[in-house]
Design a protein around this ligand. Structure first.
Ligand SMILES: [Zn+2]
Length: 116
């Protein structure tokens, strides 16, 4: 193994050891970073539901206008990619939870099964 590779491996091991021994604070910081990124994205997308105008950040969600949300989830770091500009926002909009679910029914992503 090259010297650089050995150093990289050593760094990875140190990071992993730190994460294991500081699990709770690492988790708390990651959660705070995630929420700050989400808040920034909400701001970037206008700060309110584009259907009904609801501004309550507790219920605002990012909607993929043309679908593709699951692919975005697989890539990970969704909000962070938007904040740092590597994920464009042309195909995204803000919807509140109610409007988002109604939108999914309209698209046929959800169906009501009330028979029987
Ligand atoms: Zn709404």
């Amino acid at each position: 193994m090259l010297k650089e590779e050995l150093l990289q491996q050593r760094r990875r091991e140190c990071t992993e050891r730190y994460r294991r021994s500081h699990r709770e604070s690492v988790r708390r910081k990651a959660r705070r970073y995630y929420q700050k990124s989400k808040l920034k994205v909400i701001e970037m997308l206008g700060g309110k539901c584009c259907n009904c105008g609801n501004e309550d950040i507790r219920v605002l969600q990012v909607n993929h206008i043309n679908g593709g949300g699951s692919e975005d989830n697989k890539l990970g770091n969704f909000y962070r990619r938007i904040v740092n500009g590597t994920r464009k926002t042309e195909d995204l909009e803000l919807l509140c939870a109610n409007c988002n679910i109604i939108y999914e029914y309209k698209r046929g992503k959800r169906t009501l099964n009330v028979e029987g």
